[in-house]
Ligand binder design. Structure first.
Ligand code: GLY
Length: 401
């Protein structure tokens, strides 16, 4: 009798073991845990140094490159820590995010390049959204004021780069170069108008977006990287590239900035032309014959050595983040935008693009490209690939809640 009870129990246990579902963790949870651990290691490194170091990428020696506040990429690491806090609810990240954000506050006064929008909105913008301090608002408004000093009346655009001095931009013969990336700086201006009640900032943003809409795009939906305007009469002097393969090629990150930037402008203004622009450039990328199956673009979709050209994970994460927002806009078949973003994100979260813990300079994603024409940052981690990846994860979770 006793032995038959034991046998019955053993059989039941075996059956339970076979049928009880294994604890399954979905890829999103894994991606968040992985990012928390990996960026946590970088935070440990920074904290152990006793000063704020702002990680950007890896040098050719394999060392982490840390930047100063004026670098266009200085807002991404503080912003990533804010997103990590939002994704995990880990309150130990709050004082760190705040400290790293405050460390770059001097950027609010930069007037010698246009990237102040990236810098201040990714850091202070997220700070203000998640754990505002009274001064955050002042920093955002002051940064908008600084950015508007670069507005040029005749062409009605914000000048991206200065052309005097010894920089490589000055060797190109440009007068007033505007890069498509500049669309990303406009979100700061819309925020500054909301916070200050002064419509000057959003008027500058809209003027810039309208001229970009008019000049930066080709009939197939793709965009140029650089449009150079005449300061004197506002006409277009050149349609060029700086970081793409050729003037007429489709530099992938430029397409990503266009999709993201015009989606933001639609959100801020309700102007349908901006939404249509974002959709058209996305469809250009989506339908491109050179788009790989895993949806991580080549650094330039017309690069001559495809399929042996480097991929750019940063373009992929920027596009994914924009698509989650586009899926909430009045578009045909919104679910298709979300599904496409999910497919990009699953690729990025896989071992092909997510680095093993402790490797890759403690950045989350591998395989991005800074600028091949400048022989700089080729197939490396980049802090903005990580930033938009975390933002995309956050947007995905929010949509699904
Ligand atoms: N904004 C510079 C870049 O995308 O490389």
């Amino acid at each position: 009798m006793k032995s038959s009870i034991i046998a019955a129990c053993a059989a039941l246990l075996a059956a339970t073991a076979c049928t009880s579902p294994e604890k399954k963790t979905d890829w999103t949870t894994n991606a968040i845990e992985n990012a928390r651990t990996q960026i946590g290691l970088e935070i440990d490194t920074i904290e152990a140094s006793g000063k704020f170091m702002n990680p950007v990428t890896l040098t050719t020696n394999g060392d982490v490159y840390y930047c100063g506040y004026a670098d266009w990429r200085s807002g991404f690491f503080p912003g990533s820590v804010w997103y990590l806090y939002e994704l995990t609810g880990d309150t130990t990240l709050l004082p760190l995010a705040r400290k790293y954000t405050e460390a770059i506050s001097e950027a609010q006064n930069l007037t010698w390049h246009h990237d102040i929008g990236f810098i201040i909105y990714c850091s202070f913008g997220n700070a203000f959204r998640l754990a505002p301090q009274p001064t955050d608002k002042d920093v955002i408004i002051q940064a908008a004021r600084s950015l508007c000093t670069r507005f040029r009346e005749k062409p009605q655009v914000i000048q991206s780069w200065d052309v005097k001095g010894n920089s490589w931009q000055s060797e190109r013969g440009w007068e007033c170069p505007v890069i498509i990336d500049n669309m990303m700086n406009l979100e700061l201006l819309f925020a500054a108008t909301r916070l200050s009640g002064d419509s000057t900032y959003s008027r500058v943003a809209i003027a810039h977006a309208n001229r970009t809409l008019q000049e930066h795009f080709r009939p197939d939906g793709s965009c140029y990287h650089v449009i150079d305007y005449s300061i004197e009469d506002g006409t277009v002097r050149h349609r060029h590239t700086a970081q793409g393969y050729a003037h007429e090629s489709a530099w992938s990150r430029g397409q990503a900035w266009a999709i993201y930037g015009f989606t933001v402008c639609y959100r801020e203004t309700g102007d349908r032309r901006y939404l249509d622009r974002a959709i058209k450039t996305f469809h250009f990328m989506k339908n491109h014959p050179n788009m790989p199956d895993d949806l991580i673009p080549y650094w330039d979709m017309d690069a001559p050595g495809i399929p042996d050209e480097p991929r750019d994970a940063s373009s992929a994460s920027i596009i994914a983040s924009a698509l989650y927002e586009l899926s909430t806009c009045p578009v045909e078949k919104p679910q298709e935008y979300k599904d496409y973003a999910d497919r990009i994100m699953q690729s990025l979260a896989s071992d092909s693009y997510t680095a093993p813990i402790g490797e890759n300079g403690r950045f989350v994603l591998m395989h991005s490209v800074g600028s091949i024409p400048h022989n700089s940052e080729i197939d490396v981690p980049l802090n903005y690939a990580d930033y938009y990846y975390l933002e995309a994860l956050q947007r995905k979770l929010k949509l699904e809640q």
